[in-house]
Design a protein around this ligand. Structure first.
Ligand code: HPA
Ligand code: ZN
Length: 326
């Protein structure tokens, strides 16, 4: 019996998953064929041989090539639909999903196509799986902030349905302070705001995300532990941190799972949840991430319950939606 079955998991929310990171190798090869896209991979095996990462950038290089297979609204709907089915099987009852807008618009794909395709599948997810969802438009922080401003202005002007904004891609050298105006515009429009910080970047970036961008949640945030005053603040203010254990090991932000700070974060009283980040790239969906930490740290049912409860408490749910999952 697997640990996943031994430790029954209560309803859980997934709050840190990139839609482009759910593209499975077989789907990439198949969709490239259908759309006539010339990928650098000779075969499925050749593609599968690329998944050995040395750091965040080495992963992003592969992610950004592969996502080019997505072309029309049906492609965006198909990948979303597949994620929701797989996440539902993993026990996810509510998902807040990132997509990287510039990854698509820079290839000439309109935001309307991207968001329209994803939304149609999210609507089906509620009927097919009873799963509630939120959609978070993420910006590449290594592109000029003006580019993010333009993308956000367009989505707001066109009234396209997103629930929040995020910040991802290469972190070091691209501090949150660059994006103050973008985040102000999003908050003024009533959107939720989150940002990746403290994955490869320093604890100072987590502080900036809180103080300058006024984020409601920090994605990753594991390097916050290097700053005790910051930890105290995160605990006091119950700032959610969306932690991604398999991602951290595969991108070598931690050496091995045994070195992962998740148990310490729980002990410190941080509001941490477990998430899959880019499940098709890092060895598994939410169930695999739970399995990995339960097995590595011998987490008991109480700790698993706490992580699941944290995920629901960290979600952008209204009281009715939250009560459904508690
Ligand atoms: N960090 C930064 N950018 C990303 C990630 C991540 O974990 N996943 C997809 N884009
Ligand atoms: Zn991420």
């Amino acid at each position: 019996m697997t640990d996943r079955l031994r430790v029954a998991r209560p309803p859980v929310a997934e709050l840190h998953v990139h839609l482009e990171g759910t593209l499975e190798p077989a789907f990439i090869i198949e969709t490239a064929g259908e759309n006539g896209i010339d990928l650098p991979w000779r075969s499925l095996e050749h593609l599968e041989a690329q998944y050995d990462f040395t750091d965040l950038q080495s992963f992003l290089d592969l992610l950004y090539v592969n996502l080019e297979v997505l072309r029309d609204a049906d492609d965006f709907a198909a990948v979303t639909h597949r994620y929701l089915a797989r996440a539902s099987a993993a026990g996810v009852r509510h998902a807040e999903i990132f997509f990287d807008i510039q990854a698509h618009t820079r290839r000439g794909i309109p935001a309307e196509t991207v968001i329209g395709g994803i939304r149609s599948a999210l609507d089906r997810g509620l009927t097919d799986h009873g799963m509630t969802t939120k959609l978070i438009m993420s910006f590449w922080r290594d592109l000029p902030p003006g580019d993010a401003m333009d993308a956000l202005a367009h989505v707001l002007d066109a009234g396209l349905p997103i629930d929040g904004i995020g910040l991802d891609s290469a972190e070091v050298g691209y501090p949150p302070s660059l994006f103050v105006e973008v985040y102000r515009m999003a908050r003024d429009a009533g959107l939720h705001v989150v940002a990746h910080a403290g994955e490869e970047g320093p604890a100072e970036y987590v502080r900036e995300a809180l103080d300058l961008l006024h984020v409601e949640r920090v994605d990753h945030g594991i390097r916050s532990l290097e700053d005790p005053d910051l930890v105290e603040r995160l605990v006091r203010d119950r700032v959610p941190l969306t932690v991604c254990p398999l991602s951290n090991v595969r991108l070598r932000t931690v050496d091995t799972m045994a070195d992962h700070p998740l148990p310490r974060m729980l002990e410190l009283g941080l509001l941490v949840s477990v998430n899959s980040d880019d499940p098709a790239y890092f060895g598994g969906y939410l169930d695999a991430n739970f399995d990995a930490v339960v097995t590595q740290f011998g987490l008991d049912a109480g700790a698993v319950e706490q992580l699941a409860r944290n995920s629901v408490d960290s979600a952008f749910l209204d009281p009715v939606g939250r009560a459904r999952l508690h």
